[in-house]
Design a protein around this ligand. Structure first.
Ligand code: FAD
Ligand code: FAD
Ligand code: FAD
Length: 326
């Protein structure tokens, strides 16, 4: 059932088997498996999933490569809903573990919000990450191209950049070091932009020169282009640099603040898990981009299946075999 401000009262004293934080690719996959195992689940999702900015899912078996993230999410929500799973638009603020039951504090509604609590035996953390974009004064100018031919993920979209004039928008010298030489797998025509955000060392400058990559440190005024196709950048000094594609590499925000009280094992902002997705807490599983691993839809969906199946095994074991004879 789709929960909202008016009907959520019905569920406030319900103990869910599993609450899933995040209704993106991973969370919806987990939810579909949980409901098919006849467990009770609630997905809480704030919206604006990373996958929702993906204009085409290029590499998922069985789906046409122009499938958009929004379409994937829409279909996933419909599928989960058809299995009678509960779904709430809301923002999880905090999770506490009270005597083997999780208490999940949720803010419902961005304005005139209401704070409510839900309870579950298990928790699946599927809240993902969101890429930092180039911080321009007019963010709409960035949004017009980000996710189209201004990419954020080399594994996803390196292929689209093959042999193209490519702008690499770096957030730090480390991101140049880590990414540019890998990007050269796809294209040799790379211009690196620092947007004046950090200093580049002498050693890196000579390395870039040696490989024939241009370095631009003047801040960017705006992206140029139309119909979501970026064609270059205009710098604050008025000069224009033509581009055919771009890759932003400025790090990401990890959606993990609500887990702070639980002291889970982390690596950077990612949660460390075993092969089934179990974190350092025995009843918390982490799936998708927020866990250590490859940030891909197919991985998030597979993670959801593994975590849900393991939770079913454990709940089944706890309850014991069902006796159907009267
Ligand atoms: P998400 O899909 O981001 O879902 C997490 C959800 O949790 C979001 O809705 C978020 O808002 C919500 N959330 C976060 N915090 C809270 C909170 N406190 N309370 C409630 N909800 C919360 N992958 C591919 O495999 N192929 C591609 O071609 C591809 N292209 C991409 C193109 C772009 C532009 C981008 C940005 C990504 C692309 N990806 C691609 C990567 C893919 O989108 C991610 O790997 C995938 O979305 C991860 O799924 P997830 O469920 O972990 O996270
Ligand atoms: P958050 O920082 O997640 O939320 C801020 C606060 O609002 C939270 O702390 C919480 O208190 C409250 N809140 C959030 N959601 C809820 C909820 N559902 N219920 C109750 N309270 C809530 N963004 C755009 O707006 N337009 C774009 O075109 C766009 N394009 C993008 C393209 C790409 C490739 C990428 C990677 C990102 C894009 N983004 C876009 C996302 C953008 O960068 C931000 O991440 C996003 O706008 C933040 O939205 P948010 O309000 O959910 O912020
Ligand atoms: P396969 O899809 O079996 O592919 C392996 C291929 O290798 C085969 O074509 C085989 O002939 C070939 N091969 C084997 N040996 C050789 C050789 N020596 N030389 C050359 N080729 C060889 N999974 C779900 O997720 N959801 C479901 O609802 C679901 N329902 C199912 C229903 C049925 C009736 C069945 C049988 C399975 C179902 N599955 C379902 C499971 C799913 O089909 C498998 O998990 C999946 O196909 C495994 O993929 P695979 O690539 O490992 O193997």
């Amino acid at each position: 059932m789709k929960l909202n401000r008016t009907n959520l009262e019905q569920r406030l004293d319900h103990l869910y088997d599993v609450i899933v934080v995040g209704g993106g690719a991973g969370g919806l996959s987990a939810g579909i498996y949980l409901q098919r195992f006849r467990l009770s689940s609630l997905i809480i999702d704030k919206g604006k999933a990373r996958s929702s900015w993906m204009q085409s899912l290029h590499n998922y078996l069985g789906l046409p490569p122009d499938t958009s993230g929004r379409k994937l999410l829409q279909q996933g929500k419909k599928h989960y809903d058809s299995l009678a799973g509960d779904f709430l638009d809301g923002y999880v603020e905090e999770v506490t573990d009270a005597e083997n039951i999780f208490e999940i504090q949720v803010k419902v509604g961005r304005q005139n919000s209401r704070n409510v609590k839900f309870y579950s035996k298990y928790l699946i953390v599927a809240s993902g990450i969101i890429d930092h974009l180039l911080p321009l004064e007019d963010m709409q100018n960035v949004y017009d191209y980000a996710g189209y031919n201004l990419h954020v993920c080399m594994v996803c979209d390196g292929y689209e950049m093959t042999d193209k004039l490519c702008g690499f928008f770096a957030g730090s010298e480390a991101s140049i070091e880590e990414m540019v030489f890998n990007l050269s797998w796809f294209t040799p025509k790379i211009t690196i932009f620092t947007h004046g955000l950090f200093e580049v060392s002498g050693q890196m400058r000579s390395q870039l020169q040696e490989y024939g990559y241009r370095l631009v440190e003047t801040p960017i005024q705006k992206f140029l282009g139309e119909n979501h196709q970026m064609t270059g950048v205009e710098l604050v000094n008025g000069s224009v640099i033509e581009l055919e594609t771009g890759l932003i590499s400025m790090g990401a925000r990890y959606h993990n603040t609500y887990l702070q009280e639980l002291s889970l094992e982390m690596k950077g902002g990612n949660l460390v898990t075993d092969k089934l997705g179990r974190t350092s807490h025995p009843r918390i599983f982490a799936i998708g981009d927020l866990k250590v691993g490859l940030n891909q839809v197919v991985v998030a969906a597979g993670d959801g299946a593994l975590a849900a199946t393991q939770i079913w095994r454990e709940i089944r074991k706890d309850i014991g075999p069902r006796k159907w004879l009267m």
